[in-house]
Design a protein around this ligand. Structure first.
Ligand code: SF4
Ligand code: SF4
Length: 103
């Protein structure tokens, strides 16, 4: 399933999306993130899942637009470190960033 972490406001939707079917909890994206937005832990969306999964740290969820802005995430020429690092394609950003940075 798609786990959405972030918020929506008048300027757009600012979510980091994890495809939990593709995420194996390897933690490589957490190491690649320069500002410690991500962590690996229990799946909050599926209490029956035993394997850990990556998620946005709780204290980052209301400010993720600003935390992730340093990476200028979108679908442009230089994808964010977390996106580049994930070998299974499990992590991406929502439309707000695509509109703002994707060229
Ligand atoms: S790199 Fe990909 S598979 Fe590994 S924890 Fe991050 S999102 Fe999950
Ligand atoms: S976009 Fe940058 S700051 Fe945001 S989670 Fe990915 S690596 Fe971390």
């Amino acid at each position: 399933m798609l786990a959405n972490y972030g918020f929506q406001d008048g300027s757009g939707d600012w979510f980091l999306v994890i495809d939990t079917d593709k995420c194996d909890g390897c933690g490589k994206c957490t190491e690649a993130c320069p500002v410690n937005v991500l962590e690996v832990g229990p799946d909050e969306y599926d209490p029956f899942r035993e394997e850990p999964v990556v998620k946005v740290r709780e204290e980052e969820r209301k400010k993720i637009r600003y935390s992730c802005a340093s990476c200028r995430p979108g679908y442009g020429e230089k994808p964010a470190p977390c996106v580049i690092t994930c070998e299974t394609g499990a992590i991406f950003h929502s439309e707000g960033w695509k509109l703002l940075y994707g060229k």
